[in-house]
Design a protein around this ligand. Sequence first.
Ligand SMILES: Nc1ncnc2c1ncn2[C@@H]1O[C@H](COP(=O)(O)OP(=O)(O)O)[C@@H](O)[C@H]1O
Ligand SMILES: [Mg+2]
Length: 259
Amino acid sequence: MMIDIRDLRVRFGQGADAVTAVDGVTLSVREGESFGLVGESGSGKSTVLRAVSGLNDEWTGRIAVAGTEQGPKRPKGFYKLCQMVFQDPYGSLHPRHTVDRILAEPIAIHGLGDADARIVRVLRDVGLGPAFRFRYPHQLSGGQRQRVAIARALVLEPRVLLLDEPTSALDVSVQAEILNLLRRLRAEHGLTLVLVTHNLAVVANLCDRLAVMNRGRLVEEMTVEELRQGAAREPYTLQLLRASRGYDRATAESFRDYA
Ligand SMILES: Nc1ncnc2c1ncn2[C@@H]1O[C@H](COP(=O)(O)OP(=O)(O)O)[C@@H](O)[C@H]1O
Ligand SMILES: [Mg+2]
């Protein structure tokens, strides 16, 4: 197993204000697999990903990545194994740094040589020519910015990419380009992907298997093939399925809370 999560729990706040964001999640992802974590906004998807990535150290349970048990704080070497990509390519890139500097930083932090060759190679890998190297984020389109964010994650040659709504901030046509890019990168680099999204169509496009979260718990787990064949059983998943086929008023009005 590349990722093994047992009984993960994450609480925020104290006393009466406490929120149990993740309430006993157990799941595993095989090496080379592409796994989707879906659910409505607020269901705890990002919190699971942030705990795995080491961004949140307030959790209980067990998290193992590539066979190594992880504590709350991650050693530097962890980030050569496992990298995260965020939803918002505007917010996640430093506005006053060129693409070159954004990509050079992780190379320097990890003391890797050959920065020049690595930067050129990773830009080519994400479909950006050398002309993009000395641009600033504001000189790029949303899709190009997300390519840079993916390049920054890939520059350390990790085995695992954690993607939090990687296409949700993008126009539909650009979403498809980024999904195609991720599919190609996965095949070329043998990456293990964990993709968080509220959109089942994105999961159907990129993933082999998925788990559905509702209010901090996993309510259903299935293969994408089973999803396509209509094997979803949980009313919550069926609702999500209708919602991700696009907005229509009758669907929206039929929504209810599944506790
Ligand atoms: N840093 C935080 N402090 C307090 N509550 C948080 C924090 N992060 C997330 N939450 C709460 O935890 C729950 C799950 O959030 P999140 O994991 O972001 O959901 P999702 O990614 O599925 O939209 C929500 O109720 C959210 O408000
Ligand atoms: Mg989220």
